[in-house]
Each structure stands twice: as structure tokens, then as C-alpha cells.
Ligand binder design. Structure first.
Ligand code: NAD
Ligand code: TYD
Length: 353
């Protein structure tokens, strides 16, 4: 047996592949275009490991995807590949439409054609797992109940709109063609290998460098945080036991304002790597808000808990401590991903704020 993973060199995908191969020997074919967000260094521990077949390529390349399905005959396709950063989607939405919408469409069509070539048993066992986000549900007011799987889709950013579009395609390919799909909608992840354009790793690397910690608006926007390995265990639970055609929310019951997050990171750094110049929180700087900034996300995870028995292993306290520790121990990884392209992004995005 084999699984095909897309985007397995990115933040969540690489954590998923590493966890998967740490648990058993089922091979992984990993299709990733290695955009700025993809980094083979994340998978360095798998070098020379025959269970991991890395293919550099684009999910929009139908011939390539067809060839991989025919050659490896995976029992599942786990689709992580995406453009994933809201701020980048505001500066340039085109790539989000291409990868997130056209790319997902290409995979669905390739999977549909592939299924038609399989025998009954293989076809019945096949699963297409689509990894999506809670951002498709839009923004909550302060006292609204958390998102359930039946919450209306109200995406507000080019990123979330492109993910919402991909979710709709996945749904339609199930209803129309009977493709055996499952969709997960997860809250904000954090943990090792998180690219330092996103809130938590950006704050850690900036604080360590003595740079400003840019908090958008009033810093009171709320996100629901989940340690990345817990997201991976949720995806495995959905693959193994999820009901075909269903969607499952995944989250940590950890609502925090951005300011709480930044202050927590600062306090942990004060403890683990004190700065002689003073507490790291002195670096907090309020900057111009993100256009269309969603105020609050909160995820109701009772369905996956009830139906699949999934529970996160980390609390926010244990997960954030591990994460800060990981960044302290992986300065080389940080230096490597902070390429010229990364520096250009920081200059373009934060320069004007
Ligand atoms: P990421 O940006 O870190 O990684 C994306 C990966 O996809 C990279 O390795 C990149 O090279 C690859 N990729 C991009 N375009 C590609 C293309 N056209 N063809 C092949 N590969 C391509 O993203 P992430 O944070 O790991 O997110 C993974 C998935 O999880 C995404 O679908 C995202 O929407 C979803 N998600 C993320 C979060 C989060 O907090 N990061 C939360 C919920 C859901
Ligand atoms: P981010 O990590 O980009 O995830 P998302 O927008 O997908 O939730 O941002 C998390 C929150 O942190 C979001 O409310 C925006 C805010 N934020 C800042 O305040 N400053 C920053 O420099 C970044 C990158 C994000």
C-alpha cells in the first residue's frame, strides 16, 4: 500500500509525512512544487529512505498526476498543497486561484479517471482527503457560537475564497461522480517547520533578532490554535475512519487573541533565552491592520471527537513551549528559509506599514 501526499514539503505536509513514516512503513509519494513555502530540508531525516518518494512537480500538471497515480496506485490521495498565506493572497491573488482552485480541480479529475481503471476492491478502499481551513466560514462576532460543519460558507479573503472554492469542487465531485472524498476544516496550526511569515514563527524569529513584533490593528483578533501534530493525527483519523462525503472540523478549543499569543511567546523567550536589553515584549509594535481582517475564528470539534474519538495530545501551553524550544534549536533551518525572496517579502509587506 502507498499514499500520495501533495504539498508534503510545506509546514503541515512535512509534519504529516514525518509522523506517518515514524508510525509505520507504508510508503509516501510526495508531490510538491517547492514554492517559497516548500522546503526539502524539512524532510532531511528521510534522505535515502526508500519509503519516501519525492517528486518535484505542480498539482496543476495533469499528465504528471495521472502518471503518479498509474505508477504507484496509492490507496489514498492526501491533498495539502496550497498557497496558504492570507497576506500574500491580498498582494497577489492569482497564484491562489491557480494552485488552490485549478490545482484541486486537476487532482479531482485525475483521481476520478484513475478510479475508473481500478477493480471493485481497490475502488472501494480509495480515499481523497482534502485538507482545508476554518477560514472558509468567515468571521465570528465575540459571542457567536464556534463554527460547526454546517456553518454557512462566508470567506472574506482571496485565500479563504480560493479554499472555499476548492471545498465546493470536492463536494461536487462526490455528489456528481461518487468520488470518495473527505474534507477537513482545521483552525490555525503552529509547531515545527512553520514558515516565519505566519504569526507565531515570525514573532519568535523577530524577537530573537531584536526586531519589532508587528501586531496588526488592535491585536484583539482571535484565532483558535492547534499544535500541528494534532492536526496530523486528526487527518489520519479521518482517513482511517471518516465517513465518505463528510466534512470534519479540527481544532484545539484554544481561542487566543493575537496579543495573548505574542505576549506568551515573549514570556517563553524571556525564560529560555533572556535578552540583556530587556523583556522581549518591549518589541511589540502596533501596525496598520490587514484589509478585511477576520475578527474571530473558533472551531467546534465535537463531531470528530464524537464520531472518530479524536482528541488533541497537546494543550496550548505544552505545544507553544515545544514550538519555541524547536525554533531555538533550529536556528540553521530559520536562516536557510530566510532567503532573498523572504527578505523581499518582509520589505514589501511590512515596509509600508
Ligand atoms: P504551506 O504554505 O506551508 O505549504 C504548502 C506546500 O504546498 C508547500 O510545500 C508548497 O511548495 C506546495 N505547493 C504550493 N503550490 C503547489 C503546486 N501548485 N503544486 C504542488 N505543490 C505546491 O502550507 P501549510 O500551512 O502546510 O498548509 C497545508 C494545507 O493545510 C493547505 O491546504 C492549507 O490551506 C491548510 N491549512 C493550513 C492551516 C495553517 O494554519 N497553516 C490551517 C488549516 C488548514
Ligand atoms: P496568520 O499567521 O497570517 O494566520 P491567518 O491570517 O491565516 O489566521 O495570522 C494570524 C493572526 O495574526 C491574524 O489575525 C493576523 C495576525 N498577524 C499579525 O498581527 N502580525 C503579523 O505580522 C502576522 C503575520 C499576522
Amino acid at each position: 500500500m502507498t499514499v500520495l501526499v501533495t504539498g508534503g514539503a510545506g509546514f503541515i505536509g512535512s509534519n504529516f509525512v514525518l509522523d506517518w513514516l515514524a508510525r509505520h512503513d507504508e510508503p509516501v509519494v510526495n508531490l510538491d512544487a517547492l514554492t517559497y513555502a516548500g522546503n526539502l530540508g524539512n524532510l532531511g531525516s528521510l534522505r535515502g529512505d526508500a519509503r519516501h518518494v519525492f517528486v518535484k512537480g505542480d498539482i496543476c500538471d495533469r499528465a504528471l498526476v495521472d502518471g503518479l497515480l498509474a505508477q504507484h496506485r496509492p490507496r489514498a490521495l492526501l491533498h495539502f498543497a496550497a498557497e496558504s498565506h492570507v497576506d500574500r493572497s491580498i498582494h497577489g491573488p492569482g497564484e491562489f486561484m491557480r494552485t488552490n482552485v485549478t490545482g484541486t480541480y486537476t487532482l479531482l479529475e485525475a483521481a476520478r479517471a484513475h478510479l475508473a481503471t481500478l477493480g471493485d476492491a481497490e475502488r472501494a478502499a480509495f480515499r481523497f482527503v482534502h485538507v482545508s481551513t476554518d477560514e472558509v466560514y468567515g468571521s465570528l462576532t465575540a459571542d457567536a457560537p464556534a463554527f460547526t460543519e454546517t456553518h454557512a460558507y462566508e470567506p472574506n479573503s482571496p485565500y479563504s475564497a480560493s479554499k472555499a472554492a476548492s471545498d465546493h469542487l470536492v463536494r461536487a465531485w462526490h455528489h456528481t461522480y461518487g468520488l470518495p472524498v473527505l474534507t477537513t476544516n482545521c483552525s490555525n496550526n503552529y509547531g515545527p517547520y512553520h514558515f516565519p511569515e505566519k504569526l507565531i514563527p515570525l514573532m519568535i524569529v523577530n524577537a530573537l533578532a531584536g526586531k519589532a513584533l508587528p501586531v496588526y490593528g488592535d491585536g484583539l483578533n482571535v484565532r483558535d490554535w492547534l499544535y500541528v501534530r494534532d492536526h496530523c493525527s486528526g487527518i489520519r483519523a479521518v482517513l482511517d475512519q471518516g465517513r465518505v462525503g463528510e466534512t470534519y472540523n479540527i481544532g484545539g478549543w484554544n481561542e487566543k487573541t493575537n496579543l495573548e499569543i505574542v505576549r506568551t511567546v515573549c514570556a517563553l523567550l524571556d525564560e529560555m533565552r533572556p535578552d540583556p536589553a530587556g523583556p522581549h515584549a518591549r518589541l511589540i509594535t502596533f501596525v496598520k491592520d490587514r484589509p478585511g481582517h477576520d475578527r474571530r475564528y473558533a472551531i467546534d470539534v465535537r463531531k470528530i471527537e464524537r464520531e472518530l474519538g479524536w482528541r488533541p495530545a497537546e494543550t496550548f501551553d505544552s505545544g507553544i513551549r515545544k514550538t519555541v524550544q524547536w525554533y531555538l534549536e533550529h536556528a540553521e533551518w530559520v536562516a536557510r528559509v530566510q532567503s532573498g525572496a523572504y527578505r523581499d517579502w518582509v520589505a514589501q509587506h511590512y515596509g509600508a506599514r
